[in-house]
Design a protein around this ligand. Structure first.
Ligand code: LLP
Length: 428
């Protein structure tokens, strides 16, 4: 459920008409609903209540990559969530937004020594290691700093998550995690390294998952591994089950499993584990809490159907061109009429297409449209391709709203370039 509804003829975010935001900030603009973000955090937490397996309530570490805006992170920190980070930049953002260091988990295949040192010095809760060479480097960095790194290995369970290939991470030939079959040996070697406190296991098989069975299969393998590791004398205290639960993008499709269904599956899968569970949801928390608001530049007649050319483009919402993702497109002030159209952005690539042959609410030049489910993996994946300014972000709370990232103006982008000496005037 979200808080984007038509009231009095216009779509609102909570109590604010989107037309007001567009008039004031301009378009394109991302609009987030804080009530929706809070609601999703609470629903997820409630779905996991009762999952204290002997080492405390689960830690819900929000996947910062899905939406790293400071206002979003601060909203979630206030709800008690931690953060799953994959870079020094995400770590600094989470800390700056008020996420306590001990609630931060650091994942990612390419952590550098600098990032490791930063995370160690800030005292993060856990490193999720993705390889044995990484374990050796982290041990060396920790030893140099006189610190100890609490670690889990991310296990690649070799299951097919049944999602888009580009967001599937749990097959043996994906770059993520260590091989399930070699895990016991890897733990033995890691336990012998001086700078590491080997504390847990981690798994994440992919994103936008709409079937719980691959997750259940992966968790079953993790349960077997935990027992095997304990039998070898490892003190396993945490199990990080990753993120990945899908959200509804297309109202015409069956809804993905609910957080409650997911929680019940986790409850069954983790019987007797005796660990603290960690979760890393991203999309589930913020996906439906944001829209990308855009204005129709013009309608261009097409061979079969018209092209609705909007002022948002693939650099604001990359998912349709990168993953053939489907986002609902709605008129902000619907008239009741519909038509079939292609919805495209102004970027000079055919891939800058949001929808093809789509039956949508009819719009005309100057109308506002909302790309739904743009709270996750939208602003965070934006670029300035075609020298387009970076799109601003707005957060709504009840009838209040605020700009939480202003438009990064083209002038600032142009000014960031430097002329090399041989092109500067006066050098010859
Ligand atoms: N944990 C790890 C280790 C991850 O790699 C990810 C996502 C998550 C948690 C959060 O997954 P979520 O709960 O949001 O599904 N750009 C793509 C999604 C990439 C996801 C990458 N990893 C998209 O727009 O669909």
């Amino acid at each position: 459920m979200d808080h984007f509804e038509i009231k009095g003829g216009a779509m609102h975010a909570e109590g604010v008409p989107l037309t007001d935001i567009a008039d004031s900030v301009g378009t394109p603009v991302y609009v987030y609903s804080s009530a929706t973000i809070e609601r999703h955090a609470r629903v997820f937490r409630e779905a996991l209540s009762g999952l204290d397996l002997g080492h405390g309530e689960p830690l819900i570490a929000f996947a910062v990559k899905s939406n790293p805006n400071a206002a979003v992170l601060a909203t979630l920190a206030r709800e008690g969530l931690g953060a799953d980070v994959v870079s020094g930049g995400e770590l600094l953002r989470a800390l700056a937004a008020g996420v306590p260091a001990d609630k931060i988990v650091f994942s990612g295949v390419g952590k550098t020594e600098e990032e490791m040192a930063l995370a160690l010095e800030r005292g993060i809760g856990q490193f999720n290691l993705e390889s044995e060479p990484e374990a050796e480097t982290l041990s060396a960095v920790a030893t140099r700093l006189g610190l100890s790194a609490r670690v889990a290995f991310r296990i690649n369970p070799d299951v097919d998550a049944g999602t888009h290939a580009k967001i599937s991470t749990g097959k043996a030939d994906n770059k993520f995690g260590i091989a399930y079959d070699g895990a016991v040996a890897a733990y033995a070697r890691a336990a012998a390294l001086p700078g590491l406190d080997v504390a847990g296991v981690a798994v994440h098989i992919g994103s936008q998952l709409t079937d719980l069975n691959p997750l259940a299969a992966a968790f079953a393998r993790i349960g077997v591994l935990i027992a095997a590791l304990r039998a070898e004398g490892h003190d396993i205290r945490t199990a990080d089950l990753g993120g990945g639960l899908g959200v509804p993008y297309d109202p015409a499709l069956p809804a993905p499993p609910s957080p409650a269904d997911y929680g019940a599956m986790v409850q069954r899968a983790t019987q007797g584990w005796d660990v603290r569970l960690i979760f890393e949801p991203g999309r589930l928390i913020v996906g439906n809490a944001g829209v990308l608001l855009s204005r129709v530049i013009r309608i261009k007649p097409g061979a079969t159907h018209p092209f609705v050319i909007v002022d948002a483009a693939m650099n604001d919402l990359l998912r349709p061109s990168l993953y053939d993702a489907w986002h609902d497109i709605r008129a902000v002030t619907p008239t009741g009429e519909r038509f079939v159209a292609h919805v495209v952005g102004p970027v000079c690539e055919s891939g800058d297409t949001f929808a093809t042959n789509r039956d949508i609410e009819a719009v005309t030049d100057g109308d506002l449209v909302a790309f739904m489910t743009a709270g996750a993996y939208a602003a965070t994946m934006a670029s300035t391709y075609n020298s387009r300014a970076l799109t601003p972000e707005v957060m709504v709370s009840g009838s209040d709203w605020a700009i939480v990232r202003p438009r990064i103006a083209l002038e600032a982008l142009i000014a960031a370039d430097r002329m090399p000496p041989w092109l500067s005037s006066g050098t010859n």
